[in-house]
Design a binder for this molecule. Structure first.
Ligand SMILES: CC(C)(COP(=O)(O)OP(=O)(O)OC[C@H]1O[C@@H](n2cnc3c(N)ncnc32)[C@H](O)[C@@H]1OP(=O)(O)O)[C@@H](O)C(=O)NCCC(=O)NCCS
Length: 392
């Protein structure tokens, strides 16, 4: 870029104070779903503090709350849970697709393509009404755990399993992913997994939700918006971080090696996964909640290795960079203890965030305005077109 163009760009940027690279600090819309606040309010889903929902509620209640705007009574929750079991069925096209997935395919690619296919054959595919979108949301919430687990089971030569009627949504997710159910350890694991799903369910205008809302703002179908969101969540700066954190713990190997590993990474200017947040600069309220659960699960499982590595890394990062862990950091400890296959960590995140995305898509379309921002042009100044036969 020439000096003159740089100067003109700088002047234009000055004239447009709303411009912010990465949209940092920009209010890009309105939402009644979630309040992300670093102050006293903390994180609220539709007005309810996240700690209350995580400690006293269940993910199924939270999913209902996000979708319908109020907490369910017992009857409503029973009906909702029954729908989640009934609708956990994959159409034939999905079976064909999952059977044809190439070995080594990234599970997030499978989930993204799978949701796109589900959109094509959804019973309400041609209906874009609000009611149909609510039905599609419940169906997706029910179908995703089965899709994630079945694709993994097929690739690993394991038999398919179906969700069981006597298990909750989260107990079924644990069962489908790890074959565990019923015993005391499995119950403790399901409780921690449920908390992590509640914490993952919604977080305002994060990158994937924003992508879903941009797509929804064209008044396209819900599955298209969710497909955009899944592709966005896959990135290591967003949802991919939980898997990367687990890889890091495995590479570090022991508490004793944590300090040297982190110092070397920082010297090489590497990002340490699971730290930092675009909005939460003073710390992530969700991290403290999942940390407590990761610690207690370590005790229950009699395996303290991952938690010890994590706390050592956490300590050094605060000392060296003043950075606090985000939700992905201690979640990785919990998922390692549950023996959830590592490549499925981000798909598990999808199994929860799906409800946040769907609620945002519905909200966006309730009060829609097409999203169409502007860009500062930084390309070459006007130049003359030279026909192909005269170009050197
Ligand atoms: C999430 C994230 C993208 C937010 O970044 P951001 O708001 O754009 O912050 P910046 O990239 O401007 O970083 C600010 C400073 O903190 C540092 N920093 C931020 N996150 C860091 C991390 N995880 N490890 C090391 N340094 C980090 C940057 O290097 C930068 O330092 P500098 O000013 O000395 O150059 C970033 O913290 C990150 O990459 N984290 C790791 C991935 C992750 O855990 N993602 C899940 C998010 S919930």
């Amino acid at each position: 870029m020439s000096i003159a163009m740089k100067e003109s760009l700088a002047a234009e940027v000055k004239d447009h104070p709303a411009y912010s690279p990465g949209l940092e600090g920009v209010i890009a819309g309105e939402s009644a779903l979630c309040l992300v606040d670093e102050g006293e309010a903390g994180l609220l889903y539709r007005g309810y503090p996240i700690r209350d929902l995580a400690e006293d509620g269940t993910f199924e209640e939270v999913a209902y709350l996000l979708l319908f705007g109020h907490l369910p009574n017992q009857k409503a929750l029973q009906d909702f849970s029954a729908q989640l079991i009934d609708q956990a069925v994959l159409p034939r096209l999905l079976d064909v697709f999952l059977g044809a997935v190439p070995l080594g395919a990234h599970p997030m690619d499978i989930v993204r393509t799978g949701v796109s296919l589900l959109g094509m054959v959804d019973p309400d595919a041609a209906d874009h009404s609000r009611d149909a979108n609510v039905r599609k949301s419940i169906r997706l919430l029910a179908q995703l755990p089965l899709m994630v687990a079945t694709s993994h089971r097929l690739v690993n030569g394991k038999p398919r399993v179906r969700p069981r009627e006597n298990l909750s949504f989260t107990e079924n997710l644990l069962y489908l992913l790890t074959d565990r159910k019923g015993d005391d350890q499995a119950k403790a694991m399901a409780r921690v997994l449920d908390t992590s799903l509640t914490l993952y369910a919604e977080h305002e205008f994060n990158a994937s939700t924003f992508a879903a809302r941009v797509t929804a703002s064209t008044m396209t179908d819900l599955h298209s918006a969710v497909t955009s969101a899944i592709g966005t969540l896959k990135g290591p700066l967003h949802g991919g971080a939980n898997e990367a954190v687990a890889e890091m713990f495995i590479e570090i190997g022991s508490r004793e090696q944590a300090e040297a590993w982190v110092r070397e990474a920082l010297t090489k200017k590497q990002r340490v996964m699971g730290f930092g947040h675009r909005v939460l600069k003073k710390g992530d309220a969700r991290s403290a909640i999942i940390q407590q659960h990761a610690e207690s699960l370590s005790r229950i499982c009699g395996d303290h290795r991952w938690y010890e590595i994590a706390t050592a890394v956490d300590h050094i990062m605060q000392e060296e960079k003043g950075l606090r862990p985000n939700l992905d950091f201690y979640t990785a400890v919990a998922y390692l203890l549950m023996a959830i296959p590592r490549t499925l960590y981000t798909p598990v995140f999808v199994c929860s965030r799906i409800i946040g995305w769907c609620a945002h898509v519905i909200e966006q379309q309730d009060y829609n305005r097409l999203m169409r921002p502007r860009a500062f042009y930084t390309g070459p100044a006007r130049r003359e077109y030279v026909p192909l036969d005269r170009r050197t």
